[in-house]
Ligand binder design. Structure first.
Ligand code: SF4
Length: 332
């Protein structure tokens, strides 16, 4: 996907502002119990526009999955706001919430674990259709058959069970189920990482085709940067609960401005064509989210850290290209 001319259009479908998700952790030593605050997500802002894919990337434990769970309201954020289709998603209750939930769905990393092994494929895909309201049974079956055809499943899959399918086909079932409720936003949580390399490209191509034909917006959670390069329009790089760089895929991959982004690109197991090669992979362990370093949270691992980095937390600021932002006192 070429992103050099990519521009966001329209108003955001999803708008997340100052989202925080803290957990209280208790640790006992002898008779003494101490409580800590684990800052999994620590004030992130992001927007997803109609028909685009925003990738959220970072090392495991950086908070990207927690952020996605908050966006789906599977976890209650500690603070912040989430607007879906311009409406306050966190304030919704009852029927309004039930309806709005259908606007956002998820494709899981492990398609087998995400499917009920006792439900036939047709019934699994039909569940979100039934939740849409009164639709005649014959119409529902026709919708399931159409969805199965759209994702490339054979017609006889209707009455078969998930264990009868390969990993790639199961992910197709998961995708059909995810789009059956006619969502506007789909969260793709590592959608290809559990699949054989040979079928990854097929699933990514399928997701791209469905995005075009249904004007879907994707929030892609991924650690494989070659998948992100191929599938996303924009990228937000997370480190210890914060977004440290965001921009179009070309901005972030070819003109990485944050030392952490550059180190992540250097650490990619599969070379990424044209990616900026400025640094070596990140050294040392990522600090614990219960003990976040002062100043710039990346400073203990950053080869460019100076005194100010240890005391002043850099804000996310725009660089020379509109939409390209980074939180670093000394961008590359
Ligand atoms: Fe490195 Fe300083 Fe930039 Fe943080 S603010 S990434 S420590 S140069």
């Amino acid at each position: 996907m070429s992103n050099s001319t990519y521009h966001r259009e329209g108003t955001p479908l999803l708008q997340v502002k100052e989202l925080k998700r803290y957990f209280t952790i208790s640790r006992s030593r002898g008779l003494r119990t101490t409580q800590f605050i684990l800052k999994a997500v620590d004030g992130i802002n992001l927007s997803v526009y109609p028909g685009e894919t925003l990738a959220l990337v970072g090392e495991s434990g950086c908070g990207k999955t927690t952020a996605a769970r908050c966006i789906l309201r599977l976890q209650r954020p500690t603070s912040g706001s989430i607007k879906l289709l311009g409406k306050d998603f966190l304030a919704m209750r009852g029927d309004e919430l039930r309806k709005m939930r259908q606007c956002a769905s998820q494709v899981f990393q492990d398609p087998y674990a995400a499917l009920n092994p006792r439900l036939q494929v047709g019934s699994s895909i039909m569940e979100p259709i039934s939740a849409r309201g009164k639709i005649a049974p014959i119409e529902r079956v026709a919708m399931v058959q159409q969805l199965m055809a759209d994702v490339g499943l054979p017609a006889d899959a209707l009455h078969r069970y998930p264990h009868e399918f390969s990993g790639g086909q199961r992910q197709r079932i998961g995708i059909a189920r995810a789009i059956a409720g006619q969502p506007a936003l789909v969260i793709l949580d590592e959608p290809t990482s559990a699949l054989d390399v040979s079928v990854r490209a097929q699933i990514l191509n399928l997701l791209a085709d469905l995005q075009t034909s249904r004007n879907l917006s994707y929030l892609l959670i991924a650690h494989d940067l070659s998948v992100v390069r191929h599938a996303a329009h924009r990228v937000a790089v997370m480190y210890l609960g914060r977004i440290v760089e965001s921009g179009s895929v070309d901005d972030v991959f070819l003109r990485a401005a944050h030392p952490y982004t550059a180190a992540l690109l250097a650490a990619a197991p599969r070379p990424i064509p044209d990616a900026a090669k400025i640094l070596s992979p990140p050294t040392g362990e990522s600090p614990s989210p219960i003990d976040i370093p002062s100043g710039c949270r990346f400073h203990p691992r950053c080869p460019f850290a100076k005194d100010i980095c240890r005391t002043e937390d850099p804000a996310l600021v725009q660089l020379s290209t509109p939409g390209h932002e980074t939180a670093c006192h000394f961008p590359l």
